[in-house]
Design a protein around this ligand. Sequence first.
Ligand SMILES: Cc1cc2nc3c(=O)[nH]c(=O)nc-3n(C[C@H](O)[C@H](O)[C@H](O)COP(=O)(O)OP(=O)(O)OC[C@H]3O[C@@H](n4cnc5c(N)ncnc54)[C@H](O)[C@@H]3O)c2cc1C
Ligand code: SF4
Length: 632
Amino acid sequence: MSYLSRSALARSVGAKHLTGVLRKIGRRGGRSMHVLPLASPSTLLKISSQTLRQDFTVLGARNFHSSSVRLNELTDNLRKLDTIEREVEDVDVCIVGAGPAGLSAAIRIKQQAAKANRDIRVVVLEKAAEPGNHSVSGAVIQPTALDELLPNWRDDPPENCTAVTHDKMKFLIPKLHFPIPVPPAMKNHGNYVMSLAEFTRWLAAKAEEYGVEIYPSFAASEVLYNKDGSVIGVATNDFGVDSKGLPKDNFERGMAFHAPVTLFAEGAHGSLSKSIIKRFNLRGNCEPQTYGLGVKEVWRVPDENFRKGEVAHTLGWPMRNDTYGGGFMYQFGDNYVTVGLVVGLDYPNPYVSPALEFQRMKQNPFFAKVLKGGKCLEYAARALNEGGYQAIPKLVFPGGALIGCSAGFVNVAKIKGTHTAMKSGIVAADAIVDAFGRDAASKPLLLNDYEENLKNTYVFKELYSVRNIRPSFHSFLGNYGGMAYSAVEAYVLKGRVPWTLKHKGGDAKATKSASKYKPINYPKPDNVLSFDIPTSVSRSATMHAENQPCHLFDHRPKDRKSCFETYKGVENKFCPAGVYEYVNDEASSYGKRFVINSQNCVHCKTCDIKDPLQGIQWKTPQGGDGPKYTLT
Ligand SMILES: Cc1cc2nc3c(=O)[nH]c(=O)nc-3n(C[C@H](O)[C@H](O)[C@H](O)COP(=O)(O)OP(=O)(O)OC[C@H]3O[C@@H](n4cnc5c(N)ncnc54)[C@H](O)[C@@H]3O)c2cc1C
Ligand code: SF4
């Protein structure tokens, strides 16, 4: 697949719009961007680093060549970069995130616009070097929304797309597994196992055929507002900035994308979505979102172990009674097996490491038998929404809307959010095309129709019917109480009860003092079925350019001492990529120093969710950085 090939450009937009964009992409050189630079750079704001340094001298605030840059100078320096004008692209619809939600919205807008004989320019910004590179899922996909969007998709399906043949459900204890009935929500007849990374890549190619402009390696880092407070668009982060916030030789100012409507489709706990939710108080009438962390691997296994199309879920070990979670194993394509564990991030024990729980889960014979003799190909981790119906925020604000997991439409009982994410994109797209039809859309749109119409679709209906399942695990009976209640809900009540159970509150608050627990001694990896974190991280192929501002901001460095004393290094345990460490330091008042190895980050967003201090803020690093998933 090639992005922004000359032919695609000719189809989609005029050169006027794209000269600047293409120049930038060409120079960034993302992995799959076969960009042909256009001739006239007249609209390009080209700033050589030399000019830039002069500009800063003129601004007179500080000499950039200063060799004694203090730590807090980073913020000062970044602020100065912010004073440089950005190139502005005016588009009709700007979509942040080329996942299932964003791409479905983009395709649908183009389809409906073509029917109405209108030309609507749709731009999708994606932080990964290629769509799909940051996609993590199971994935068993219910094709409801896909059938609506691309009815003939089965004629040209995504790679390795495999029809589900049968479902299994198991209850695990350390060395044994027992079959249990498959609840109705977990029956997958008519669904398909595939890799979300492959599916996303495929959907991006379809979007491109419809004339959607997709810009990979464009990390949207800032929401832009009009004077009246409405959203006017987003800006991408600057490229080529060093760790002190100074421009490097390859510096390029981020670009601004202005549009009457911006859709935030960043997936679970998106960094811009988080700021929008706060700014417009979109959670004013709903519960806080609650999350799970999914850790997974993709293996290729020998023929004799492989059962193509089998979908299996597990409950019980290695989860303790106070920790919600379960395992999955899906078999698809060319002897691929995807195996993973989702752990509810409202777990109380700070010694729990979801990544290491996953490693030991594979030692159970149920998994070991399938994986034995196979090869682990990829490792991935990503947070997913578990708050369901109670945690859906207000979806619209002047100038934009939240779609997909940016809002949070995962059906926890099914462990599925792709079809609901896509449907939300479709409904938002219809509202946008209607709005464009009503007026010239020169001012920020308010997409009330999107929110109202979505409430009448299966998305809200599904989530309402399973709303009590996840919070039922919060009773004093723990997982056993939750399983019993969920069985009654699934077979008898089906959500038709007058009550709605509440979640516990935010996941960060759920963490309890380490003094209440014993440290957990996780078994050493055997390097056959289980692996250490550095080995796993290497299988995510994550990469962050060295010498750039750390994208993980700790706003409460002074409180790490008390955090360590209370939670004994919880940051190191919840991060599935070994980013956080407390290293010995005699000079420190508590004998430790908090270290952030940001280059290992796999963009799962867990630290931003689970840090008990709520001091760590995940920001988009340089576009194109991060994992390079291909099969997850
Ligand atoms: C372990 C796990 C297992 C799951 N299993 C299933 C399953 O079996 N079936 C199912 O249907 N669902 C499953 N889900 C849920 C499903 O993956 C999500 O509901 C779905 O991916 C949501 O789609 P989305 O487009 O909203 O978000 P995503 O798929 O997360 O896509 C968001 C995109 O936005 C990009 N992005 C984010 N921020 C920015 C930014 N600031 N600038 C530019 N780009 C940005 C990201 O890189 C990404 O490409 C699972 C999830 C996990 C984590
Ligand atoms: S640093 Fe945060 S976002 Fe990155 S891998 Fe660790 S927990 Fe996930």
